[in-house]
Write a protein that binds this ligand. Structure first.
Ligand SMILES: [Cu+2]
Length: 504
């Protein structure tokens, strides 16, 4: 099979066979399992959301690109490793995306963070950055007073191409001195922004101009070089696309910027002296208010993770996929040294790039594995160890008559280490409205917002027709419908229990 036309034919048939075979394998049945289930097969038919989209739709490989569905036993459309760990295609290592390298780099996309516009002046890209206090909504209605740039925390993304010359005009609207450091750049020393070592402070109300050539490529960032201002949120992406797109080209280039704070209950201002950091954000929001990363089944995805927590390292875990660590901050790692991982520790001020083929449809949680980070230290639940019928609200309503904790060995306490209850977090109507108002979450399970409430987001891998439905249509989508449809097509609907309908 050498001619491109032969291969296309193979792909059309091969991907159908692959998908059918996958379902067959998963169910341990014959390939007919792909056919719609009979009514009597569906235990949960009654409350299963109605079918949506086009179940016959198969992922399509664009005519214009030289890619395949399978490489050395690795399939871009079903969970698979490939055959030989030394193969270039093992775990999808060098399997290309659908985007051609000649189309240039995939646009960088950091959900919930604006891009900083620039204007060209005599061949120089000129950006204006304003250091200022901002109010940032960590959760719906939970507005925190932090520091950022241009009304945003994190600051807006600076996005350029290797070889550009940039001029960044920084104005200080803070009530105190500031410095800005361009983290990772090899630039003339007087523009480095290191407090007092290389420059005088930018005084309140004053402006300083930075100008330098960008000869590197990679994931960089800018941040205040005053420690407590960093801890108050002053950071932003500085993405440099390579002049020549590296192979294999990716279809998606996402960014997740992790920060944390110590904000005591009932406060809106972080205590930057604290050691116990209890609020965690991704791109300025805490889960489940973080906006999911949405991609199409079979695409090659890069996620750049920047840990700008002042004090804590994060073991970052993605479900359903094995990813390759392909770079840290300002350098791409040579392919021979890429490492496949399920969990990667991203240290303070480190940025790591994960690449993988999104070959497993579904809603996959993407989170820090430290339980207090993924739970925001249970900020709302802070208080006594409440069990049985006593609630935190009862406790908070009247501190002088706090409910007694019965530590005797009742039926529940017969289990050593019975932990405090964590579900049932406070979720008002307004909270839920804000969570569900974003197109990226359409069709997720009704109780997905109860998963965790901190350092987590979701990677959604959607078949083409469901991607269009969720991201590009105005058609109403019932809660849980997209998830149920993926279970119908790729999983085992007879064993699926739909989420209970939420009261909100
Ligand atoms: Cu963490």
């Amino acid at each position: 099979m050498t001619s491109p036309e032969d291969r296309r034919k193979f792909l059309k048939v091969g991907s159908i066979a692959a998908a059918t075979g996958f379902v067959g394998n998963l169910l341990g049945r014959n390939a007919n399992a792909q056919e719609p289930m009979k009514h009597s097969d569906m235990r949960h038919q009654d409350n299963m959301p109605q079918p949506i989209g086009n179940p016959a739709s198969r992922p399509e490989i664009p005519e214009s690109v030289e890619v395949a569905a399978e490489y050395d036993g690795f399939s871009r459309f079903k969970p698979s490793r490939g055959l030989d760990p030394d193969s270039d295609y093992y775990i999808g290592k060098l399997v290309p995306g659908f985007r051609k390298a000649s189309d240039g780099p995939a646009p960088f996309e950091a959900p919930d963070i604006p891009v900083l516009p620039y204007k060209m002046e005599g061949g120089v890209k000129v950006f204006e950055l304003v250091s200022m206090a901002v109010q940032q909504e960590f959760h719906p209605g939970v507005k925190m007073n932090v520091y950022g740039y241009n009304g945003s925390m994190p600051g807006p993304t600076i996005e350029v191409t290797q070889g550009d010359r940039v001029r960044i005009v920084v104005t200080n609207e803070l009530p105190e001195d500031t410095f800005v450091h361009w983290h990772g750049f090899e630039l003339p020393v007087q523009y480095d922004g290191a407090a007092t070592l290389t420059q005088n402070p930018i005084k309140p109300g004053k402006t300083k101009v930075f100008e330098f050539d960008i000869h590197e490529e990679g994931t960089f960032f800018y941040h205040s070089h005053v420690a407590m201002q960093e801890a108050f949120g002053q950071v932003g992406w500085f993405i440099v696309h390579p002049k020549k797109v590296f192979g294999p080209p990716v279809d998606r280039d996402f960014g997740l910027l992790f920060q944390n704070f110590h904000i005591p209950p009932t406060h809106t201002i972080s205590d930057s002296w604290a050691m116990d950091w209890n609020w965690h954000t991704i791109n300025g929001k805490s889960g489940p208010y973080t906006t999911p990363l949405v991609c199409k089944h079979g695409e090659r995805v890069r996620v750049r993770l920047l840990n700008f927590a002042p004090m804590q390292h994060h073991p970052i875990h993605l479900h359903g996929h094995t990813f390759w660590v392909t770079g840290h901050e300002g350098a791409r790692i040579p392919k021979s040294a890429w490492v496949p991982r399920n969990n990667e520790l991203v240290g303070v001020a480190q940025a790591s790039s994960f690449e993988f083929i999104a070959n497993n449809p579904g809603d996959w949680i993407f989170h820090c594995h430290m339980i207090h980070h993924m739970m925001n230290h249970m900020v709302k639940q802070v208080g006594p160890r409440i069990r049985d019928d006593a609630s935190v609200d009862q406790y908070l309503a009247n501190l002088s008559s706090r409910p007694q904790v019965d530590a005797s060995l009742g039926d529940k306490f017969a289990t050593p280490g019975y932990p405090q209850k964590m579900l049932g977090m406070e979720m008002s109507d307004d909270f839920m409205k804000a969570i569900w108002s974003r197109k990226e979450v359409r069709g997720m399970r009704a109780n997905y917002p109860m998963s965790v409430k901190g350092l987590m987001t979701v990677l959604r891998v959607l078949p083409d027709d469901l991607y269009e439905l969720v991201m590009n249509s105005d058609q109403p989508v019932e809660k849980g419908a997209v998830f149920a449809e993926i279970v119908r097509r790729f999983g085992d609907p007879s064993a699926y229990e739909p989420a209970p309908k939420m009261m909100m």
